[in-house]
Unconditional design. Structure first.
Lengths: 494, 1005
């Protein structure tokens, strides 16, 4: 009804009035309203040259230190769900995290949405690279490597998603069109489809990534990292032949165990011979690359918030003489090799044990005034795990001798006697126990229990309300389901 | 002066039409008022078009007047007089001022209009009203005075009040547009009340629509003072006050003994043994007493000189305003907490000749703020068991009890200052080629800059409070705007038709630039001259800048038409283009129309002894709000680098997905009204019904996270709101005797705010969140800013009950709204809204001989406040006394307060934290005495007026809310744009309102 008079007025103004006024004031041109954007590079001007391509790939790495990836969501989902640790910190602080310890979380639980969001942001960065770099005129070798790095990260994020949620929506590229047209609201793919994408991406990444980098590029994804992840995926998929082949391939790339287990985790020894893939956290001058991974777990009252409280069960899981016990767990009252007395602020409310793998000495834990323990990298994949994957896969295939060789290399560094059992079942238990203590507080325990089919057994025994057939995977975040208007379906039992 | 020349010109032309008759006489005389001769008064022979006007000295000569004729003498602002000639040849007349008539001209957009002819809803506040209260911002004085306008003040020195006209029409920027002498701005904190002559608040769409795309939240047109008077006249005024502010209604918190009692009960709740013993703690600190001053000073001086000289009218004004904050700052390295403003203003108008007028003005404002980090929320939660500063000089550390900040340390170990200037300059020229046409061009510039720093030294009080490296942040920003406006006005009376046409064209450019830098390791020895970025560790400096440029181009027009003195039609149209939007969508038309019927001018009411005036009016209009963020897909500006081989490399990609087709918000409003004056003009009143709908409202909706967008919130034209209500005002004025007069006023406004549509998802969670629970939810059918949470259903009383519920004794039980046996997201409901059902104000003024006395009252009702301070418990925070006295203890049977705990299940956002926000306040009491010359030795003192007064502002407020103040101005919540609107009811570190007591003087000579 209004449109017609408005249209008429507009017509009169355009035909008659504007020309008159403009003549009178010599002033108005249509150009007056065409003002370029200030201080912002439009998206369409990015992805033009080689430098843009490199920066976009770098973004995938820079993204990894975000709170959604390595802060509370990591703590809740990767650590507290295990029988290795409880919430810790002050009893009242972030009490909702107890829902992860006790398996009482629902689809609205804090951190689940953040975790989901953080992974998909990483996937977007990878897809931006994969969709936009091919058309950039640039060095072909570099282009191939950059695309491989993007495939590595896309697979890495989907591996994180599939283990936590089961099947999730797959975006292999960027939806096109305007904001209304871009179709992001798609249903979940199956677990098999997600693993298929992960395998393809890691495989192609492994083909195109170098084994090593020059000094100024250390930290980028390598052929070893991609191959190592493929082996881990094969273990999850119980493709043991493939797992053995891939771990043997990694072994041929020059990796070895770092001689000192405790020293492996210290900031001075980043990217050593044992390391396949790390997330770099740095207390740089501006604290921009400082993750909170170390802060949330640091000794409360001294070096951080004090979450991730190692359980007594974990303490007791170490054999007598295992050097890894004291290297993994920081006890109140102990003095560290660097000379710090652990007091936890002398506050009896604070936990009495902490994750020592994130420990940074007093002298430098707040370097550059950044968040506590910001110099601690997240050790995502290391050669000891490759050896344990090799041992587990070989044992499943009946190659007991090969399994024992790999297993005992790990034990030897820990200062333990070699395992000699040859019974497949007993050896499997030995390997699983070894995985637990070797990789303790590194975030694999819950997924191992699920993969090994004994999550309900172990976690119910540890006193949680774990429900078999439900809690093996987490719920899809409730608000994402409601935003999708039901296109995303919830996991059973939630 | 201008008028004088104009009228002289008219008189010369009209002389030509004088008839030459035979038996007539020539009459001369002087027309004057009580002050002296009146130039330009009209003298007309009744029943004819023959007449003349008085000259500079008030003299007139009228030839050929029939000896039995009657002369009609009139002058704007004076009562008309009729005088029979009766053969006299000299007739001298003294006209009486018509006080009522003087007020009738109202400043509107691009002009003025007789009050009688207005069909919209416009409230006018004059200088006297604005200067009655000691406020830094003129709008603060309007609180409770005007219907339809809700003002929320802040206690922070120099802070602007929130101004909401007829509800909340946007969740983005809901502030009105200010038009100061033609300059369009969003902030008038640079203006002193003393420099303002009048303020017209254009409340309805038909009044505001002439400002089109900028007018959606209402428009406030401000006219500053200009030179007045005739001949060579100078007047000088000095107005000053000084006083002090005191925080009232400070919340009472638990003391050390009570805290320890609660602390140990909380341990029991958590299943732990007692830990603290009263004997362990000597300190018993009242933290509010520690951080709040007993009294803070305010001082204000204003001088103005105005006058005329020949063809020139001038005005000069100077002002000084200084307000201390109530924070007990200024120790350690802190510089204090205060606001200082210097204002200077000059205006010049020159009537060059009959055709040509020009002039200009310059306003300069210099402000300085010493800010402090405001530790009000910290003082609320920090336990009383340790000293601010120990006897040995060290700061008290809460280590061992929790990660609290020592509020004293927060004040003392920060140094913050901000300085700014603003310059507004305007030049104009007006040409009148013929009497009925005025062509005006006006060019204005508005420049401002602000620079500030924020310094933190090396210090350590506790594990979490301190800094191991010093840090300096500096900020500089400037705004550089210009506006060029051209209008043509044609005014004509043709028989029964009174017509005024306005056409205009304007262009405007607004440029913003800002720069931020920070650096660590800066030396400081008490001298701010060392606080430069390049004296720090420049290898690790961080510098960023930002900018924007926006242009507007507009065409506008207005018809003001009155038929037969009774029927009114006002219509406007504005075509606005803004560069802020994409090219296909950058222009729109905003029309409006208003009609009115002056019933009292009809014959059937002409004889009425009841109605002095009666008018019915209705209007409709469309307005825009261009103050929205344009969306673009952008390259990550996130500065996080990637590290390889220990060295940083630039990392960026496309990370934010935005809506590039965003356009302005559209407001459409209907207005119906009635105005009347009755009982010999003693009682006047106005009632209006308004109904305004904002459509295409811009706010952030949540994007699917799987898109990977880092802006999980996507700004888009996402919904619609409606505000409707009734506003009414009444005024009673009576002159009882020569010695005594009084007036009484009252007003009330109802507001019903409702979200009528949200696209896509049916709700939007926003605002601050606690433990993953957002507190504010926007959903269809509720008011903007409504709180969302669980409903408490008593407290778990027994172990058996606790076991059955999987809860703890002393914890809250919640209503299981969906009946699934679990308490979760689906059991949440709306718990209240920050928008009052109604606001009101009333008051009186009386004058008896030399004494004047007045009181103003004001209040709001029907709104709720979310007590975020009380809700945000993470560990061993202190409790308030209200909680101590009412809490659940074993066997107490208390059902409305839980046991002391920090359990985040029991502390999930719920109705327990939603409190009534109603308040009733004595806004102002003022007692003045005008010193008569008679009590002084000299009979003729050098001054015209000398008045002294005392006043008290906010001396008393009645409210139920348990926090500091029920008046929340943004609540101290630091949020993205829009936060201030959505979170307007959330109390979080609010700067409290003070009572102020002043002594003042007004002098004029």
């Amino acid at each position: 009804m209004l449109a017609t008079p408005k249209y008429l007025i507009e017509k009169i103004i355009k035909r008659l009035f504007i020309p008159c006024v403009c003549l009178a004031f010599f002033a108005c041109t249509k150009d007056f309203l065409e003002v370029p954007r200030e201080a912002q590079q439009p998206a369409e001007e990015f992805f033009v040259n080689q430098q843009d391509a490199v920066e976009a790939v770098n973004k995938m790495y820079a993204h990894q230190t975000g709170f959604d990836l390595v802060g509370f969501p990591h703590l809740a989902i990767f650590q507290l769900t295990s029988d290795d640790s409880d919430k810790g910190s002050n009893p009242g602080d972030a009490a909702f995290l107890n829902d992860y310890v006790n398996f009482t979380f629902s689809s609205t639980a804090f951190s689940i949405d953040g975790y989901w969001t953080g992974q998909y942001q990483g996937i977007n960065y990878a897809n931006q690279v994969l969709a936009n770099i091919p058309a950039i005129p640039m060095d072909d070798n570099l282009k191939a490597r950059l695309l491989a790095e993007a495939q590595f990260f896309r697979a890495f994020h989907y591996f994180n998603l599939v283990r936590v949620f089961g099947g999730v929506p797959i975006y292999e590229g960027l939806p096109e069109g305007s904001i209304e047209e871009r179709e992001y609201n798609i249903p979940r793919n199956s677990v098999d489809e997600v693993y298929e994408l992960i395998t393809t991406d890691f495989t192609q990444a492994a083909e195109n990534l170098p084994i090593t980098y020059g000094a100024t590029e250390i930290g980028r994804a390598t052929k070893g990292a991609a191959t190592g992840f493929l082996a881990k995926v094969a273990l999850y998929r119980e493709d043991f032949t493939q797992a053995v082949t891939l771990t043997d391939e990694v072994a041929g790339m020059g990796y070895d165990l770092f001689p000192d287990y405790y020293q492996f985790f210290r900031p001075a020894n980043e990217y050593n011979v044992e390391s396949l893939f790390e997330i770099q956290s740095t207390a740089d001058g501006n604290c921009e690359s400082a993750s909170q991974y170390g802060q949330v777990q640091g000794v409360r009252g001294q070096f951080g918030f004090g979450f991730n409280f190692p359980t007594e069960d974990l303490v007791n899981a170490y054999e007598e003489g295992d050097v890894r016990r004291d290297a993994t767990i920081l006890f109140v009252g102990e003095t560290t090799p660097e000379g710090d007395l652990i007091t936890a602020g002398d506050n009896p409310d604070n936990p009495i044990r902490y994750n020592q793998k994130v420990y940074v000495p007093e002298a430098s834990f707040r370097r550059n005034n950044c968040v506590d323990n910001a110099d601690i990298n997240i050790k995502v994949l290391r050669y000891a795990e490759i050896l344990l994957i090799n041992a587990e896969a070989n044992n499943e295939l009946g190659n007991t001798a090969a399994a024992l060789v790999s297993l005992n290399r790990v034990r030897e560094r820990a200062g333990l006697e070699a395992v000699t059992v040859t019974d497949q079942g007993q050896l499997r238990d030995a390997i699983w126990r070894e995985r637990r203590v070797e990789l303790a507080l590194e975030g694999d325990r819950f997924f191992d229990l699920v993969r090994q089919g004994r999550a309900a057994e172990v976690l119910q025994a540890s006193g949680t309300q774990f429900t078999a057939g439900v809690n093996e995977i987490l719920p899809i975040p409730a608000n994402q389901i409601s935003l999708s208007q039901g296109v995303l379906e919830q996991n059973p039992g939630y | 002066m201008k008028l004088k020349f104009l009228l002289l010109f008219l008189s010369l032309t009209s002389m030509q039409s004088v008839l030459h008759a035979q038996d007539n006489i020539s009459i001369s005389g002087t027309i004057s008022d009580s002050q002296g001769p009146l130039p330009g008064a009209s003298v007309v022979i009744k029943g004819s078009t023959t007449g003349t006007q008085t000259d500079f000295d008030g003299n007139y000569v009228l030839d050929a007047v029939p000896s039995d004729a009657t002369l009609e003498i009139s002058y704007i602002g004076y009562a008309n007089q009729s005088v029979p000639v009766d053969g006299q040849t000299t007739i001298n007349i003294t006209l009486q001022e018509d006080a009522q008539a003087l007020e009738e001209v109202v400043v509107v957009g691009y002009g003025t209009q007789q009050k009688e002819d207005i069909t919209g809803s416009i409230s006018v506040v004059d200088n006297e009203e604005l200067t009655k209260q000691p406020n830094s911002n003129p709008l603060s004085s309007v609180q409770g005075k005007v219907s339809g306008v809700n003002i929320t003040n802040s206690g922070r020195p120099g802070a602007s009040p929130n101004v909401r006209i007829r509800g909340v029409g946007s969740v983005g920027n809901a502030d009105p547009l200010y038009v100061v002498d033609g300059v369009l701005t969003n902030n008038i904190s640079y203006l002193s009340s003393n420099d303002i002559e009048s303020m017209s608040i254009l409340k309805d769409a038909s009044s505001a629509a002439i400002y089109g795309i900028r007018a959606a939240n209402g428009v406030i047109v401000i006219k500053t003072k200009r030179g007045k008077g005739t001949g060579d006249d100078v007047s000088f005024t000095y107005e000053a006050f000084a006083g002090f502010q005191r925080v009232t209604d400070i919340p009472e918190l638990a003391n050390t003994a009570q805290y320890i009692e609660l602390f140990n009960e909380k341990r029991a709740f958590e299943g732990n043994a007692d830990r603290l013993s009263p004997t362990d703690y000597n300190a018993d600190t009242d933290w509010f007493e520690e951080v709040i001053k007993k009294s803070a000073l305010t001082t204000s001086h204003n001088i103005s000189i105005s006058g005329t000289s020949k063809k020139t009218q001038y005005y000069l004004g100077f002002g000084y305003f200084n307000q201390e904050g109530v924070l007990d700052a200024g120790r350690g390295i802190n510089t204090g907490n205060d606001f200082r403003r210097l204002t200077g203003r000059a205006g010049l108008d020159i009537d060059l000749n009959d055709y040509f007028t020009f002039g200009g003005s310059v306003a300069y404002t210099d402000t300085q703020n010493n800010n402090s980090t405001e530790p009000f929320a910290q003082a609320y939660i920090v336990p009383p068991i340790f000293n601010p500063i120990n006897p040995d000089g060290t700061y008290g550390s809460p280590d061992g009890v929790g990660n609290f900040a020592n509020p004293r340390g927060t004040l003392d170990f920060s140094r913050q200052k901000a300085e700014g200037i603003r310059v507004l300059a305007n030049v104009y020229a007006e040409i009148k080629p013929v009497e009925s046409v005025a062509i005006r061009t006006s060019f204005s510039g508005d420049y401002s800059n602000n620079k500030s720093f924020n310094y933190t030294p090396v210090y350590r009080i506790s594990q979490t409070q301190g800094s191991d490296i010093s840090n300096l942040g500096r900020n500089y920003n400037e705004n550089d705007n210009w506006l060029w406006e051209n209008t043509i006005t044609w005014t004509q009376t043709l028989g029964k038709h009174d017509l005024t046409l306005l056409g205009g064209f304007s262009q405007e450019e607004r440029i913003f630039f800002g720069m931020n830098g920070s650096v660590q390791d800066v030396p400081f020895n008490g001298d701010d001259s060392l606080l430069y970025l390049n004296l720090g560790n420049t290898e690790q400096d961080q510098i960023s800048d930002e900018g924007s440029k926006t242009r507007f181009q507009s065409l506008f027009g207005r018809v003001q038409y009155k038929f037969n003195g009774k029927y009114l039609l006002n219509a406007t149209v504005r075509r606005d283009g803004s560069s802020n939007f994409s090219n296909d969508l950058n222009t729109d038309i905003f029309p409006s129309v208003g009609i009115g019927w002056i019933v009292s001018n009809e014959n059937f009411l002409a004889e009425s002894t009841i109605f002095n005036s009666l008018k019915l009016k209705a209007s409709w209009g469309q307005l825009g709000n261009a103050n929205v963020q344009r969306g673009f897909d952008i390259t990550a500006t996130d500065p996080v680098p990637a590290y390889f081989g220990g060295l940083p490399q630039i990392a960026r990609s496309i990370s934010e997905f935005s809506d590039p087709t965003i356009f302005w918000e559209l407001v459409e409003e209907y207005d119906l009204g009635l105005e009347f004056t009755v009982l010999e003009n003693k009682l006047s009143g106005e009632i209006n019904y308004y109904n305004r709908t904002t459509s295409d409202a811009v706010f952030a909706v949540t994007q699917l996270a799987s898109s990977g967008a880092t802006n999980t919130q996507l700004l888009t034209n996402a919904g619609s709101f409606n505000n409707k209500g009734v506003e009414a005002s009444l005024n009673w004025r009576d002159q009882v005797s020569d010695d005594f007069n009084y007036s009484i006023y009252g007003n009330v406004t109802t507001i019903k705010n409702e979200i009528t549509e949200i696209i896509g998802s049916s709700f939007l969670n926003t605002g601050p969140a606690l433990f993953g629970n957002p507190i504010v939810r926007l959903e269809e059918g509720v008011a903007i800013g409504s709180y969302y949470g669980l409903q408490t259903d008593g407290v778990v009383q027994t172990e058996a009950e606790a076991e059955a519920l999987g809860s703890t004794v002393g914890a809250f039980k919640f209503n299981d709204l969906n009946g699934d046996g679990l308490i979760g997201e689906d059991d949440k409901s709306f718990l209240g809204s920050p928008i009052p059902d109604f606001t009101y104000g009333f008051g009186f003024n009386l004058n008896y001989i030399n004494v004047d006395f007045g009181m103003d009252f004001q209040g709001v009702a029907g709104n709720e406040i979310y007590n975020f301070n009380k809700n945000s418990r993470f560990g061993n925070e202190n409790w308030d006394l209200d909680f101590y006295e009412n809490r659940w203890t074993p066997g107490s049977g208390v059902t409305d307060y839980p046991a002391p705990n920090s359990d985040q299940n029991t502390l999930r956002p719920s109705n327990f934290f939603v409190e009534k926000g109603d308040y009733f306040r004595i806004r102002n009491i003022q007692l003045g005495y005008t010193i008569p010359a008679s009590i002084l030795v000299r009979e003729n003192p050098f001054w015209d007026t000398l008045r002294v007064y005392i006043n008290a502002q906010n001396p008393f407020t009645a409210f139920e809310y348990t926090g500091f103040s029920p008046e929340l101005n943004g609540g101290g919540v630091d949020n993205p744009p829009g936060g201030a609107v959505v979170n307007s009811g959330i109390d979080r570190n609010v700067y409290p309102i003070s009572a102020t007591y002043n002594l003042g003087v007004n002098l004029k000579f």
